[in-house]
Design a protein around this ligand. Structure first.
Ligand SMILES: [Zn+2]
Length: 310
């Protein structure tokens, strides 16, 4: 469910010397008295490794992460029943207080860190807005970025470097780089209004249930909302643990949620008949597991839980 892989594969660092004399640089910092002093030794990396996923030096998103929804298209009475206010309220409840943020499920993500801090597992839906097809019914990747950019530059949504902005499209919107054929959602980052803005695309999967939904008879009786919940959880975890696509991924370029994509573990009821594996915001959901960066690594439904491979 992720894009940006091509970029990652061609990223490398140059360890090169400009001249033959190799000197050991000592980093200097201001003393406050007009002369420089040697910097204190850098704090040793606090990241946990050796669990099937590697740290590549980039930042994670610390603290409580703010989530923003941009409901793009027709979420009042679109072509599918799920293009509806009911879907909007289900997903807004899932990301509001008492939902996915801080849950045992989201705390799996707190096993990731950078040299400064760990992912908290806390997130909250900070603000939502709508967009009435400003870029039409055919959205390119740059069109998705444009939708985010317009929301920020107009002041409808804040400029927040610790936020994840979701562009959520109704089922009549085509994402032309491959929604329903190559992916069900994706996340990336861009410099928008001078800031490092993290954003994601998730479309209503009722456009293509066989490609992007685990089941059409779903726990909340709303296959679009239930399908989006699964994809949005995936993209949220990756956006927080690998916001700039340079922190956490494995040797094949898979980020944490990619390693557990479409794997749910044991369920209450059967997948296909409304089976579920999470209860969040007082409702049942079928949401994929996430890769826990402990105990050798594995997919589980809740932090510290049993690892499953199905
Ligand atoms: Zn992914």
């Amino acid at each position: 469910m992720r894009k940006g892989l091509t970029t990652l594969l061609f990223m490398f660092t140059c360890l090169c010397f400009l001249n033959a004399q190799i000197t050991k640089d000592t980093e200097m910092v201001p003393s406050g008295k007009g002369y420089g002093v040697a910097a204190p030794a850098h704090k040793a990396p606090s990241v946990t490794t050796g669990n099937g996923i590697s740290y590549h030096g980039g930042p994670i998103m610390p603290g409580t992460v703010n989530v923003y929804f941009i409901w793009y298209g027709n979420w009042t009475n679109g072509p599918h029943a799920s293009d509806s206010p009911a879907t909007v309220s289900l997903l807004e409840a899932l990301f509001s207080t008492g939902g996915i943020g801080g849950s045992g499920y989201e705390l799996i993500n707190s096993t990731y860190g950078d040299n400064t801090s760990n992912v908290s597992g806390n997130l909250v839906l900070a603000r939502t807005t709508t967009n009435n097809y400003s870029n039409g019914k055919r959205l390119s990747d740059s069109g998705v970025q444009s939708v985010v950019s317009k929301a920020i530059s107009s002041g409808v949504l804040p400029n927040d470097t610790n936020g994840v902005y979701f562009v959520l499209t109704s089922s009549d919107v085509r994402e032309t780089s491959g929604f329903c054929t190559r992916y069900c959602g994706w996340h990336t980052r861009a410099t928008i209004s001078g800031s490092d803005i993290k954003y994601a695309f998730v479309g209503n999967p009722d456009r293509c249930p066989s490609a992007c939904e685990a089941q059409t008879t779903s726990p909340n009786g709303d296959s679009g909302a239930d399908g989006m919940a699964n994809i949005m959880a995936h993209e949220t975890e990756e956006a927080i643990s690998d916001p700039d696509l340079n922190a956490w991924y494995d040797s094949s370029g898979a980020e944490n949620a990619d390693k557990c994509a479409w794997m749910f573990g044991p369920t209450n009821g059967t997948i296909g008949s409304g089976g579920y594996n999470q209860t969040l915001a007082s409702r049942h959901w079928l949401i994929q597991m996430n890769w826990e960066n402990t105990r050798g690594g594995g997919c589980d439904q809740t932090k510290g839980g049993t690892f499953y491979n199905f």
